[in-house]
Design a protein around this ligand. Structure first.
Ligand SMILES: Cc1cc2nc3c(=O)[nH]c(=O)nc-3n(C[C@H](O)[C@H](O)[C@H](O)COP(=O)(O)OP(=O)(O)OC[C@H]3O[C@@H](n4cnc5c(N)ncnc54)[C@H](O)[C@@H]3O)c2cc1C
Length: 475
């Protein structure tokens, strides 16, 4: 079968990898920009011993999606930098709330004291879940904020769940679907009338039934995954920066004669009974099957002419803009080490959070921070398009205040990432089902994978590519 992939981000490169494994060649990946990697971008300042990441920096080695990525990392022979669960960056996560830096509890003991910004011990939130009845009418979906507020109270929704959503997708927990992060808990609550009750009952039931194997790793678990479990990794990065992942994937594919065409934007797709014609650089390129890893709003115009309703469904997945400011200061300046801090939206500050890169990874005698701003609130704070200097000044002044730093950053970068994170708002799961059902009903030789559909993290987009490639019918 002749296949093509649209997009050379992590998902598109992964689709290429799995297509090669399943169907062999000919196979071409078309990428609009002059580089691979999409949002993954590292600036490795070897001369100064630090790295700026404008996109992702860590990957979690958790569950099947985590194991799947580690299988790929192992195949590519990449050097990982593990962060174990005992490491300060894994243990210490903070909030900036009510004018102070607050450490989140990192052991069961923390549930019993009153830790700011919370005004009650956290175990009371758990008790509340135990004694609160669930709604009589079963829910299909709701916002993660409303779920947390119903089960655990407003304080948990404001100071635990909302900042977590900012940290993961720069979104507003009042709009994001509970199924985005807590699908299992939500379903247990719907079935058993409480989160804790459900967790206990299903644990008991699980013990009685045999675990089903997924079949992803028929022969053996990836060695790196076994190592991650044994050594208790909480997360990991890659030596030299995360961009080494897409770079290595491109090299791997190139060495196996997969054609990776950079600066080749696809402008239109025309489907027929024999396959699909892609409009690339004004030429019509025919293939039997195309895998799109494009953001949904980028795929929408390509199918609009023939399939306007599919295009409209793709456009219904919203995206947010994020400002990323990387800063380097000479010397060790942080009074409290950790992964970083998140800012709960109730604080009404322009920052989503700050990552302490130089605590996560060894960067010598540097303090390296990444400030994230905007997201769901981008227009409110940055609607009048401030200059990079104004953005840097704003980020610097907040960091100085929050972390009690007096110094100015020596090196910095300001990145405005337009429409970089899809928002899984209430009803997202159904929207994605409708998109895939449409494709199936009209028998379009098209698969869709990537951050728009099956999860926004690196593990998710790689697994999304794998599953979609494996689901392509053999013609
Ligand atoms: C600031 C930020 C921080 C993040 N941090 C983390 C983290 O720490 N850990 C984690 O797991 N995840 C993180 N993520 C998420 C992770 O980066 C994404 O899940 C992943 O990069 C998405 O990959 P993708 O291939 O689906 O999409 P993209 O990276 O968007 O790739 C799509 C590609 O398609 C190309 N394209 C667009 N239109 C066309 C066209 N018409 N023709 C051809 N090509 C086209 C684009 O140029 C792009 O290269 C972060 C994301 C952001 C934005």
């Amino acid at each position: 079968m002749t296949t093509a992939v649209l997009g050379g981000g992590l998902s598109g490169l992964s689709a290429g990898y799995y297509l090669l494994r399943r169907f062999g060649k000919p196979l071409t990946i078309y990428e609009a920009s002059p580089r691979v990697g999409g949002w993954v971008r590292s600036e490795n300042r070897k001369d100064r011993n630090f790295i700026f990441e404008s996109g992702p920096r860590t990957i979690r080695p958790v569950g099947l999606p985590g194991a799947n990525t580690l299988e790929l990392v192992e195949e590519l022979k990449l050097e990982v930098t593990p962060i174990r669960r005992s490491h300060v960056a894994a243990r210490n996560r903070m909030l900036y709330a009510k004018g102070q830096l607050c450490m989140l509890p990192n052991s069961p003991k923390g549930l019993f004291g009153v830790l700011p910004p919370f005004t009650k011990p956290l175990y009371k939130a758990v008790l509340r879940d135990l004694v609160t009845a669930s709604k009589k009418a079963k829910l299909e979906d709701e916002s993660i904020y409303s779920f947390a507020e119903r089960r655990f109270g407003k304080e948990i929704a404001d100071y635990a769940i909302s900042p977590m959503i900012c940290g993961i997708c720069a979104g507003d927990a009042r709009e994001i679907s509970v199924r985005f992060l807590m699908e299992g808990l939500f379903e247990k609550e719907q079935k058993y009338g409480g989160v804790l009750k459900g967790a206990l009952i299903s644990r008991f039931e699980k013990n009685k039934t045999k675990d089903t194997k997924d079949g992803l790793f028929a022969e053996r678990q990836p060695k790196l995954y076994a190592q991650a479990l044994k050594q208790k990794w909480a997360m990991y990065g890659l030596q030299g920066g995360l961009e080494n992942l897409p770079k290595a994937m491109r090299k791997y594919l190139g060495e196996r004669d997969v054609n990776v065409q950079l600066s080749n934007e696809c402008r239109n797709l025309t489907f027929s009974s024999t396959g699909v014609r892609m409009n690339i650089k004004d030429a019509e390129v025919p293939v039997e099957h195309v895998v799109s890893s494009l953001p949904a709003y980028k795929l929408a115009p390509l199918v609009k002419q023939q399939h306007p309703s599919l295009s409209a469904q793709l456009l219904s997945i919203p995206y947010v803009d994020v400002l990323v400011v990387n800063m380097q200061f000479p010397g060790k300046l942080l009074k409290q080490d950790g992964f970083g801090l998140l800012v709960p939206p109730v604080e009404k500050l322009p920052l989503l959070g700050v990552i302490f890169d130089s605590c996560c990874f060894d960067m010598g005698e540097n303090t390296v921070l990444t400030v994230m701003m905007g997201g769901h609130w981008f227009d409110q704070w940055f609607g009048d398009r401030p200059s990079p200097k104004q953005i840097l000044d704003l980020a610097t002044s907040h960091v100085q205040k929050m972390l009690q730093i007096r110094e100015e950053p020596k090196f910095s970068r300001v990145h405005t990432l337009h429409k970089c994170i899809p928002q899984y708002t209430v009803g997202h799961k159904r929207r994605v089902e409708a998109i895939r059902n449409y494709i199936k009903t009209y028998k379009l030789p098209l698969s869709v994978c990537g951050a728009a559909y099956d999860g926004v993290g690196i593990n998710d987009v790689i697994l999304s590519a794998r599953r979609q490639v494996e689901a392509i019918p053999l013609s």
